[in-house]
Every structure is written in structure tokens, then in C-alpha cells.
Ligand binder design. Structure first.
Ligand SMILES: C[S@@+](CC[C@H](N)C(=O)[O-])C[C@H]1O[C@@H](n2cnc3c(N)ncnc32)[C@H](O)[C@@H]1O
Length: 251
């Protein structure tokens, strides 16, 4: 079985997984303009196949796209070339990265931070973000809530056929003891010769109480300035994803 976001990288777009950041990217660009009008340099953390990073570069921002997966970055590179924009792609771990130059904003989309399964890992990522932000810089990210992982993802099994030549099977199981949802993704993709090849990856996401996320941001030297649903409206008991804007306090 492949590690995470290895074989899946090649079908990430075709399976529809880039849809979220395609919708989120313009919203994110708007938030950046509204909350950090002088921002120019951005790092999109866990950028995946680069959907949002390329969009932000098209909007005139100077963008670094960082991800742990070389194969996701390999999907991202030609997108920037096709769009005629420059993005600096960086393969690194969100828990331990440094940038050559500080940035004004770090973004992180589509619950990538839920992939960090311990509070220590989440704190390390927040510290790395704090370390690469200019004083006064913003960290804008979304995460699945615990309820979202327990109820919306829940314990489920479904089959999707986004294309005739591609079938994706999703099997999720939520563990209430650990707040971790384990998803087994199995895909069958038709090869040139007509035969189907199987791809299988196991993904784990942990749901954190929002109060713990706030405390860890605080411990990393980041101050929450806004937190709500993806439109920053107040959280409700059934909110499945939250968006947070945190600031590295000005010097
Ligand atoms: C759900 S995808 C989101 C990708 C992209 N942000 C999007 O919106 O499409 C999660 C991404 O997080 C990356 N990732 C997971 N753990 C990581 C880590 N520790 N450091 C850097 N990237 C990581 C994966 O490689 C994957 O590209």
C-alpha cells in the first residue's frame, strides 16, 4: 500500500479532491486583501496540487507552495507553467520548515492540519508558521471540527465514479477514543492498455477541540483575531469546518 498522497496524487484532481480549494482560493484572496491589504508574499502550507497557490499567484501575490508530498508538487508545477505564473515549490514538513524570506500571510486549506495527529505536531507546525511570518503577519487556515470528522465523515462506505475510467471507494471509521477518523481510499483507474490499476491509501485525520487549537496557537505566539465557519460566521454545534485567522503580533 502506498504512503499518503503518493499514488493518489495522480488522480487527486480527477477524483474531485481539488474542488474545495478551487472554491476556497478566491475567498482566501478576498480575505487577504481585506485583512492584510499590504500583503505581498504568501506561503500556502500543504498546498497539494497547487490549486490555491496558482490562483493566488495569478492574483499578483508572490507565492511559496509547500507540501510534504513530492508527487503532489509534481502535479502542481505544470499548473503554474500553464497559467504563466511563478510559484516557488518547496517539499518540506509543515512541522519543521523554514523559508528563505519571511512572508506576510500563511494559508493552509482543506483540513491539511487535521493530518497532524498529536498536539505536539500541531504545536510544531504553529511554531514553524510563527517563525516564518513577518510581525503583524496572518495565518489563515481551515480545519475539520471534531463533529465534522465524527458525523459528516463518520463511519461510512461509499463508491463514486467521477469518470468512466475512474472509480473511488471511500471507507471511513471514526474512533471516539482518539478523535481520529481513518479513511481507506481505494481507487481503480484504467490504464492505457485498458486494464484497471488499483490505488490504495490510508489517511488519518484528528479532530481537535477549537479551544485546544486556540491554546496551541497562543503557545506558539499566534493570536486569534477571527474564528468561525468558512465565512467566519459564529460557530454552531453542527459546524463541520472552521476557519481561523491568527496573527503574529506586531513587534
Ligand atoms: C487534503 S490535502 C489538501 C491539499 C490542498 N491544500 C488542497 O486544498 O487541495 C492535504 C495535503 O496536506 C499534505 N500534508 C499532510 N501532512 C503534511 C505535513 N506534515 N507537512 C506538509 N504537508 C502535509 C499532503 O501531502 C496533502 O497534499
Amino acid at each position: 500500500m502506498a504512503g499518503m498522497y503518493e499514488e493518489l496524487a495522480e488522480i487527486y484532481e480527477r477524483a474531485g479532491f481539488a474542488r474545495f480549494s478551487r472554491q476556497m482560493a478566491p475567498h482566501m484572496a478576498g480575505l487577504i486583501r481585506q485583512r492584510a491589504p499590504s500583503a505581498h508574499r504568501i506561503c500556502d502550507l500543504a498546498c497539494g496540487t497547487g490549486e490555491a497557490a496558482v490562483h493566488l499567484a495569478q492574483q499578483g501575490f508572490d507565492v511559496v507552495g509547500l507540501d510534504a508530498s513530492a508527487r503532489m508538487l509534481a502535479q502542481a508545477r505544470p499548473k503554474a507553467e500553464a497559467a504563466g505564473v511563478h510559484v516557488q515549490w518547496l517539499q518540506a514538513d509543515a512541522r519543521d520548515f523554514v523559508l528563505q524570506r519571511p512572508v506576510d500571510v500563511v494559508t493552509c486549506m482543506y483540513d491539511a492540519l487535521n493530518y497532524l495527529l498529536t498536539e505536539d505536531d500541531l504545536l510544531s507546525a504553529f511554531r514553524a508558521v510563527q517563525g516564518c511570518l513577518q510581525p503583524g503577519g496572518l495565518f489563515i487556515f481551515d480545519m475539520n471540527t471534531r463533529g465534522g470528522l465524527a458525523e459528516k465523515w463518520g463511519t461510512d462506505e461509499r463508491v463514486e465514479t467521477p469518470e468512466e475510467d475512474l472509480c473511488v471507494i471511500w471507507q471511513s471509521a471514526y474512533d471516539h477514543e482518539t478523535d481520529v477518523n481513518t479513511v481507506v481510499l481505494t481507487a481503480f483507474v484504467r490504464e492505457r492498455g485498458g486494464l484497471f490499476r488499483r490505488i490504495r491509501e490510508v489517511h488519518r485525520e484528528r479532530g481537535y477541540p477549537v479551544t485546544r487549537v486556540r491554546a496551541l496557537l497562543d503557545a506558539a505566539g499566534l493570536r486569534v483575531v477571527a474564528l468561525g465557519d468558512v465565512d467566519l460566521r459564529p460557530l454552531q454545534p453542527d459546524t463541520d469546518r472552521f476557519l481561523c485567522v491568527a496573527e503574529r503580533p506586531p513587534a
